[in-house]
Design a protein around this ligand. Sequence first.
Ligand code: CUA
Length: 361
Amino acid sequence: MTEEALLRISQRWARRLLILAPAALTILFAACSDPQTTIEPRSDMTEAIQGVYEIVFWLSMFVFVAIMLLTLWLAVRYREQPGREAIQIHGHQRLEILWTIIPVAIVLIMLVPTWQVIADTTDTPPENSMVVEATGKQWWFEFKYPDLGITTANELHVQAGRPVHVKLYADDVIHSFWIPQLAGKVDMVPGHENDLWFTPNDDSAREEAYLGQCVEFCGASHANMRFRVFVHDEAGFNAWAENELSDALEPTTELGQLGATLFVVRCAECHTVRGTAASIADFGPDLTHIGSRETIAAGILDNNFENLVKWISNPAEIKPGIEPENDIIDKDPPLRFMRAFEDEISAEDIQAIAQYLTELK
Ligand code: CUA
């Protein structure tokens, strides 16, 4: 085969790939059960944003179709014909004014509602809001409910129809808070408070959580910094809050009891389990009720015994960047990462700690 023929074949394949790749991706994403979609808003904030988006979309659609039709019509109507000469319109005042005014009008139609939504969503939060302090850390989210005295991680629980005022902070670097169907994006900046608020629609029948994630590049595991938002009815929310407020449960299995003892020695340096001797540190997520969470490792793994064992054994394998050599202890607050405990304790001990955690419902 000649070089030229080869080149032609490879060009043909490149073209095919260009056409097929988007189609394959579309099918792949359509298969996801709960995409992080912005076009199915489920709160007042995201509905307002969607309203602006729709105006912009239909205006752009109108402009696109109008220009295409006009181009087509002009091309046919004024095509080259024998004996016909083009008229020059340079400096035609009426036309100049017309095609200045139309785009200005279109931009104004987009500007006014956009401005309105920005004003509405950055005004003061409603009086009856539930306050949540969300802190971005490398690489997880801490959620505190100051009025309720609850501290949890990576799973935010809210009430349908009740405004939530999220105060956004960061401990180390800039993160950003986004729940595509409910709220955001707003940056979480060290040493500075940002605010956002939203009222979730009445989705209390829905069991599935909404997906949220960090949307500001914040280091090696930025993509592994996710969270979930559960929308409850009033009774459901109160039941969750009541459980969160209670002290940790006593482990009932023998393995779990061994795990509880080991936890105090090995894990209390960074984690808290309220109601036990391990209730001082707050570097890592509060684990008092970790057994009741759906996921671990900031939404990366399902919460079960096997995954807990895997996580405790070598967390850096799941979340690159949390190798202990990246610790900066003399920083304020110190930056600390989860160690690989398979280097320090036996596999049996790791299993005991994992068992204990599953029992902390
Ligand atoms: Cu935190 Cu990206």
